[in-house]
Write a protein that binds this ligand. Structure first.
Ligand SMILES: NC(=O)c1ccc[n+]([C@@H]2O[C@H](COP(=O)([O-])OP(=O)(O)OC[C@H]3O[C@@H](n4cnc5c(N)ncnc54)[C@H](OP(=O)(O)O)[C@@H]3O)[C@@H](O)[C@H]2O)c1
Length: 335
């Protein structure tokens, strides 16, 4: 059984589909209110838990031989933020995996996590990585380059008449990665010898200037105007960060570091040794623009629904009292 966190996310969903296509047993960790129905056709099983709830992680890991940890916090909220979820949640998941004798743990991280950036996103991922490396568990850490699909989304918004702000530098060098390739590497890392105890930076097959990538995406989406470019050091960034509050400040900083700094990856040797050909950027852009499925994009999911039959098993840390729940089978004790 393979436990996948972030299964309702864009990357995690693709990981679940790949694993199920290979007829592997998958347990998807799903948090209260997540929309998971679009994974029903995969035949994966669901475990209702939350990275902020260590007991749910211990229970979710029970009987699992492998873990792929692909959950992430994009924009922080006061309850779900990097220190409690990205850092502490990852630490608790690693500990749960150790307790349950998991054979291999794949952690999806982000390019730049090793660069010492002073930003909670990168810093929490770096510390979570360190915890996994020191845990003694067999593991792979995949530091992914920005996904091509993010640029398809940006271009689609521009084509729809919006003028989004883009926190990046036109001259930054980037090796954008197709999300499905990130999913492939995550799955291949489960048992590939070259991925064992390794921290790998993964990117796409081409390195290009950020400006060229954005323009390619805009052309493909048929957008007549592009985003408003704002560098990390711009006056607008500084002013917005000051007034926008902590979570937006962190988010702006993160975007500016991810899209404003050089993040080149040479994938030649690794792609060959793992036997995984990489998707060309044009193809990934075309596919992302052609197959836009709003329901599969968390940003486009307006309504969070929980299916009635699962109401009683949904965790909402700190909110649910056992005595409020309807009678059901006795809970298994797991400690
Ligand atoms: N996007 C990029 O360009 C990029 C680049 C490099 C690396 N990455 C990394 O790739 C990973 C996945 O990215 P993505 O684009 O697939 O993200 P995503 O679509 O935003 O998905 C995030 C997932 O994490 C889950 N999650 C959030 N908080 C949680 C919590 N407290 N407990 C359990 N699950 C929680 C979400 O569940 P809900 O459905 O309930 O919200 C969702 O399934 C992240 O680690 C990210 O840092 C992304």
């Amino acid at each position: 059984m393979i436990l996948v966190t972030g299964a309702t996310g864009r990357l995690g969903g693709q990981i679940v589909r790949l694993l199920r296509a290979a007829k592997m047993d998958v347990r998807a960790l799903v948090r209260a209110g997540s929309e998971y129905f679009w994974l029903n056709d995969t035949g994966c099983t669901y475990f209702f838990g939350d990275l902020r709830d260590p007991q749910s992680l211990r229970r979710a890991s029970k009987g699992c031989s492998h873990v792929i940890h692909a959950a992430g916090v994009e924009v922080e909220s006061s309850e779900n933020h990097h220190s409690v979820t990205t850092l502490q949640g990852s630490i608790d998941l690693v500990e749960a995996a150790k307790l349950r004798g998991v054979q291999h743990f794949v952690m999806v991280s982000c390019i730049g996590a090793g660069r010492g950036y002073e930003n909670p996103h990168f810093d929490s991922q770096r510390q979570a990585e360190e915890h996994l490396r020191a845990s003694g568990l067999s593991h792979t850490i995949l530091r992914c380059a920005p996904f091509v699909e993010e640029f398809a989304k940006l271009a689609k918004d521009c084509a729809d008449g919006e003028r989004p702000r883009f926190w990046g530098s036109k001259d930054a060098q980037i090796s954008p990665l197709a999300r499905r390739d990130a999913a492939l590497f995550s799955v291949a890392s489960l048992d590939h010898p070259s991925a064992k105890h390794a921290t790998l930076e993964i990117g796409g097959p081409e390195t290009m200037k950020m400006e060229d990538l954005v323009q390619r995406a805009l052309d493909k989406a048929g957008a007549s105007s592009g985003p408003i470019w704002s560098g990390a050091g711009s006056m607008v960034a500084a002013n917005l960060a000051r007034v926008a509050g902590r979570r937006w400040k962190h988010w702006i900083q993160r975007q500016a570091l991810l899209y404003g700094e050089d993040h080149e990856v040479d994938m030649g040797a690794m792609s060959e040794s793992m036997g995984l050909p990489l998707t060309p950027v044009d193809q990934a852009l075309d596919e992302a623009l052609a197959a836009w499925v709003p329901g599969q994009d968390p940003e486009d999911r307006n309504e969070k629904v929980v299916h009635r039959q699962f109401q009683a098993t949904v965790y909402a840390p700190g909110e649910v009292l056992w005595e409020d729940l309807p009678d059901g089978p006795m809970r298994e004790t797991d400690d």
